[in-house]
Design a protein. Structure first.
Length: 380
């Protein structure tokens, strides 16, 4: 199946008579589709990369690959968050390794050119005698950054339309969870050996809980639980899953409906939030290569929940819990990746228990087929 055929099949999810089928397996393995996604999805979409608590201090940064593109997001001396390309303007070495940390200046490890937190070159040794070189014009290329209720999104398209308006309805849904007041108590970065869409479609359904999480999640949100979804825009959709037994939050003042449901919110392509009683978990599934997905996430709680407690113990407990759930998904999804490359892989029929998967496919089709430039599989 060539990329034009894959995209044409994806386009059918947008039609009124869309069949409820899984993606063509080639969508998970095609280098040509991956190239189209790099340009048309990750080259111009808002990708959730961090929670603001990770970037609170001046010089705090997160560096990662967004679909193969090195990206760093850093808190500047003026308090602003900035996204930029860490690729050195001298001879291409990324000035910071992937990961997170804090720095006063980004020093390129190759020939030690130094860049300020705003991306401007502040020093380059042995360059004065090259009259063609203008250090004042030398800076790391900027990306767009937007913070929404504590979540930090980056867009490689510096002129991207703002994300906030697409999230208004979700913001209303989450009002009682008081997102801006939550504290990140734990966080993680993992690398999963699967195509990003295998991870994202999994996040869009609760049906797999009986298979992947029989002892951890199945007792509270069984795979067969009543699940409803809503699409707000191609960038935002949500899912509601009924708990086996309603939760009794200790701090947040939640409605009966909120106590009775797990709420999942998705910001295409990578971001998701799960609101569950006194806790919100965020997870972003960001490709670094065709068959590699970086999984960044964190656990957020109201500060009243952790007052007087040993923060280190809270962090360890939350990280250990997340590691168990993430490990269950990871093992399963890495096996799905092996299935996706099989010569006998075929599309399958979806269950009514996984309606969110179709919303994700529609967002993907929309992003690939958006009109504002020439896409794969489009007529000349
Ligand atoms: S490549 Fe960065 S200083 Fe040479
Ligand atoms: Fe899962």
């Amino acid at each position: 199946m060539d990329v034009g055929e894959i995209v044409a099949e994806l386009g059918r999810y947008l039609g009124p008579d869309a069949e409820e089928l899984s993606l063509p397996p080639a969508a998970f393995t095609s280098p040509e589709l991956w190239q189209a996604e790099q340009e048309r999805v990750f080259g111009r979409s808002w990708v959730l990369v961090a929670h603001a608590d990770e970037l609170a201090e001046t010089g705090a940064y997160v560096a990662l690959s967004v679909a193969g593109e090195p990206v760093v997001v850093v808190r500047g001396e003026d308090g602003a968050l900035r996204g930029m390309s860490p690729v050195c303007r001298h001879r291409l070495m990324p000035v910071v390794e992937e990961g997170s940390g804090r720095t006063d200046v980004f020093t390129c490890p190759y020939h030690l050119w130094r860049y300020g937190l705003d991306g401007r070159l502040v020093g380059a040794t042995h360059m004065k005698r090259n009259p063609a070189f203008d250090p004042s014009a030398c800076r790391l290329p900027p990306f767009a950054v937007e913070e929404w209720q504590g979540f930090v999104f980056v867009n490689l398209d510096v002129n991207a339309e703002p994300l906030g308006p697409h999230l208004r309805r979700i913001g209303g849904d989450l009002a009682n969870y008081r997102l801006p007041e939550l504290t990140q108590v734990a966080g993680w970065t993992e690398e999963w050996h699967c195509n990003w869409k295998i991870a994202v479609e999994n996040a869009h359904e609760n049906y797999h809980v009986m298979g992947f999480h029989p002892e951890t999640l199945q007792p509270t949100t069984p795979g067969g639980a009543e699940t409803t979804v809503r699409s707000d825009s191609p960038w935002a959709d949500s899912m509601r899953v009924r708990y086996a037994t309603p939760l009794e939050p200790m701090v947040l003042d939640l409605t009966e409906e909120e106590r009775a449901h797990l709420y999942g919110f998705f910001v295409f392509p990578s971001g998701s939030l799960a609101a569950s009683g006194d806790m919100v978990i965020w997870l972003s599934l960001i490709p670094s290569a065709l068959d590699r997905t970086t999984v960044r996430g964190g656990v957020l709680m109201p500060s009243a929940m952790i007052e007087g407690q040993d923060r280190e113990a809270v962090r360890k407990e939350a990280e250990a819990y997340a590691a168990v759930i993430n490990g269950e998904d990871r093992r399963g999804l890495e096996a799905v990746q092996r299935g996706a490359v099989s010569r006998f892989a075929e599309r399958g029929h979806l269950s009514p228990k996984e309606p969110g998967v179709l919303l994700f496919y529609r967002s993907l089709a929309h992003a690939l087929l958006r009109e504002d430039d020439d896409g794969p599989g489009r007529p000349e």
